[in-house]
Ligand binder design. Sequence first.
Ligand SMILES: [Zn+2]
Length: 217
Amino acid sequence: MATDLSPQLDRLIAGYRRFRGTAWANNRARWTELREGQQPEVLVIACSDSRVDPAQIFDVDPGEVFVVRNVAAMVPPFETAPGYHGVSAALEFAVQVLKVKEIVVMGHGKCGGCRAALTRELHGTEPGEGGFIADWISMLDAVREPIAARYGTTGREAERAMELAGVRVSLANLRSFPCIRRGERDGSLKLRGAFFAISDGLLHLMDDATGEFAPVG
Ligand SMILES: [Zn+2]
């Protein structure tokens, strides 16, 4: 082992060696298949939070889910203003090229992004000093008002309400993309809201009709 690795990278490399020796070695045929390309049927949009890895939570193999992760699992609305639209590019690729059949937006408990949207603690900060986050989570401003009025801006009740509202906002914004609306209309694409409660490890699914979340049995 090279001596110039940080303890953090050293730990990653040790993990890689385990992976290479077991998971990879045991699935050689699958990896050979994947060399030809990927055909995931599901797009998962999740938070960057280190505790909510979709591949781990859904126990899927490489090649099965196309994943976008960002602060608070947000999907921005369809916008054509100049800029680097990373989420929109990933969505476009998943829907138009990979032709995924299902899009799952997965929020989670104790989400720092959702909490900051509630408290507005980063409001007014400079880009690079918190301003990028503040700007990103301003997508939640519209749902913040009724939540703050009902539960205040701190505490788990308010936070959970914001975490669930965030999923609904992302679903609504997904539907602002013409290709997604079209897919839903012709039945080739389904959208689903989900929520992973870190404290008890329970996955909740959103009822499309009511917007309410219930644990998966
Ligand atoms: Zn989060």
